[in-house]
Design a binder for this molecule. Structure first.
Ligand code: PEP
Length: 258
């Protein structure tokens, strides 16, 4: 039995609409019962406009709500931004920060990531901070250099981060949405490295911090990934859009718990 309760988070990205969201949410509410919720944390992160719909649908269910990003600013003249307090107002427990798509397409660098995560934590919003190397970086044997830089940049928030509200997701960029998964051994080695770097960066809670794996997790590969000692659940993209697959992945995380 591990001391860290596993967590499985669905990142819906910019997919779906009101009707498909309703179907997905109602299937999740039926499939994630209290017994499963007691063994594994489950959360979904729909697009911003659907947060209220999801909040209402998930009421009373053991499924938490999260957003896919959060502003580094407090409320004010920041057109297009959504603040941590707004997300809390809509029942969010989590915000994903530094997803590789935001890093690659929207200019979220290490500095922006730590500013967003710090602001969220300050307001009591949990964060799931994504880190991971590109294919070129892995092939250039730079995986640990990149992870050390990305985790090291979080040093400024080490003292604000407790194990309940601070989660890291290791997402090798080459495995996201590609169908190509890191092997359990590759992922375990990255997770152990990240945990050690968190401790070096002043995260007192490093031993208890949940480190999720993300990158083409499916029901077929979830169990072997989650069996690894430093893999504490998953951040799930494509498979989170199917209630059956997502629930099967949550069950795999619960089973890995022992
Ligand atoms: C993600 O985008 O966080 C992700 C892991 O996507 P996928 O599961 O589709 O690879």
């Amino acid at each position: 039995m591990r001391s860290r309760k596993p967590l499985v988070v669905g990142n819906w990205k910019m997919n779906g609409d009101r009707a498909s969201g309703e179907r997905l949410l109602s299937a999740l509410v039926k499939g994630v019962d209290a017994a499963l919720g007691a063994r594994v944390g489950v959360a979904v992160c729909p697009p911003y406009p659907y947060l209220e719909q999801a909040r209402a649908a998930l009421e009373g269910a053991p499924i938490e709500l999260g957003a896919q990003d959060v502003s580094s600013f407090d409320n004010g003249a920041y057109t297009g931004e959504v603040s941590a307090t707004m997300l809390l107002d809509f029942g969010c427990r989590w915000a994903i920060v530094g997803h590789s798509e935001r890093r690659a397409l929207f200019g979220d660098d290490d500095e922006a990531v730590v500013a967003k995560a710090g602001r969220a934590l300050e307001h009591g919003l949990g964060v799931i901070v994504c880190v991971g190397e590109t294919l070129d970086e892995r092939e250039g044997e730079l995986t640990e250099t990149v992870l050390a830089r990305q985790v090291g940049a979080l040093k400024a928030i080490g003292s604000k981060a407790d194990a309940q509200r601070f989660v890291v997701a290791y997402e090798p960029v080459w495995a996201i949405g590609t169908g190509r998964t890191a092997s359990p051994e590759q992922a375990q080695s990255a997770h152990a490295f990240i945990r050690a770097r968190l401790a070096d960066a002043g995260f007192a809670a490093a031993t208890n911090t949940r480190i999720l794996y993300g990158g083409s997790v499916k029901p077929a590969n979830a169990e072997s990934l989650f069996a690894m000692p430093d893999i504490d659940g998953g951040l799930i993209g494509g498979a989170a859009l199917s209630a059956d697959d997502f629930i099967a992945i949550a069950r795999a995380a619960a089973n890995a718990q022992g």
